[in-house]
Write a protein that binds this ligand. Structure first.
Ligand SMILES: Nc1ncnc2c1ncn2[C@@H]1O[C@H](COP(=O)(O)OP(=O)(O)OP(=O)(O)O)[C@@H](O)[C@H]1O
Length: 236
């Protein structure tokens, strides 16, 4: 079944701070389920864009609709994972219980199952903030998935993890996508984007420069900015 948040329509999204247009009129139509990877140089506006989708930032201008919903209306169907997870000073299990009090009351076994799914069942009673970076990120993902989101947003969620942790998170994200959750993730990691992406959105200077199927983007990028980015040339 297609995700309830599709299609995602973004029209003329603008955000200016001082004299700088950080988002300079983003237009994008995401129709397809699967995994959309957002790429682009540092400072291009990828995080601002993702945060706008999640309602953490209100742009000055423009519209976002997700299926029939506005951002506030779809918010309870969305979950977001950040590069640096924010966890409570409680155990791993208590972090999940706090995020999902209804489940904690009605079906606490589900919380243990969520920990098992991210290979953290044996860490249930440990303080979350004492877990390693990779373990904390797995816990953040388990927390995000508890709500069975229609839209999962990840902002460089694997940027500081070791290869095994990266692959585990990727496999969980792929499995969630296969269950019908629309996934939009920001990544600079070209190998990761090739492994995960159905399509690529390339953002440059606060605008969408390319939006194409992943294999086409990687084999024949169209814009000078995307060509330079993929070639590892620094863009300022
Ligand atoms: N609250 C803010 N006030 C002023 N400028 C901001 C603010 N938040 C972000 N910016 C600027 O907006 C630009 C885009 O930021 P954003 O975090 O979206 O970039 P990004 O594409 O995610 O970059 P990176 O790949 O480095 O994470 C950057 O130049 C950043 O400095």
């Amino acid at each position: 079944m297609p995700s309830a948040v599709l299609p995602i329509r973004i029209s003329d999204l603008r955000l200016t701070i001082g004299e700088r247009a950080l988002l300079g009129g983003v237009n994008l139509l995401i129709r397809d389920p699967g995994i959309t990877v957002i790429m682009g140089p540092n400072g291009a506006g990828k995080s601002l864009f993702l945060r706008s989708l999640h309602g953490l930032i209100t742009p000055d201008h423009g519209q976002i609709t997700l299926g029939p919903m506005t951002v506030p209306e779809s918010r309870h169907q969305q979950a977001m994972v950040f590069q640096h997870p924010v966890l409570l000073r409680r155990t791993a299990l208590q972090n999940l219980a706090f995020a999902a009090p209804d489940i904690a009351k009605s079906d606490p076994q589900q919380l243990m199952a969520a920990l098992e799914a991210v290979h953290l069942a044996d860490r249930a009673g440990q303080p979350a903030r004492m877990l390693s970076g990779g373990e904390q990120q797995r816990l953040a993902l388990a927390r995000a998935l508890l709500s069975k989101p229609s839209l999962l947003l990840l902002d460089e969620a694997t940027a500081s993890l070791d290869p095994a942790s990266v692959l585990l998170i990727e496999s969980l994200v792929k499995a969630q996508s296969a269950r019908g959750t629309k996934v939009i993730l920001v990544s600079h990691d070209q190998s990761q984007a090739r492994r995960l992406a159905d399509e690529i959105v390339f953002i440059s200077n606060g605008q969408v420069a390319e939006h194409r199927p992943a294999e086409q983007f990687f084999s024949a990028p169209q814009t000078p900015a995307a060509k330079a980015y993929l070639a590892g040339e620094i863009l300022f």
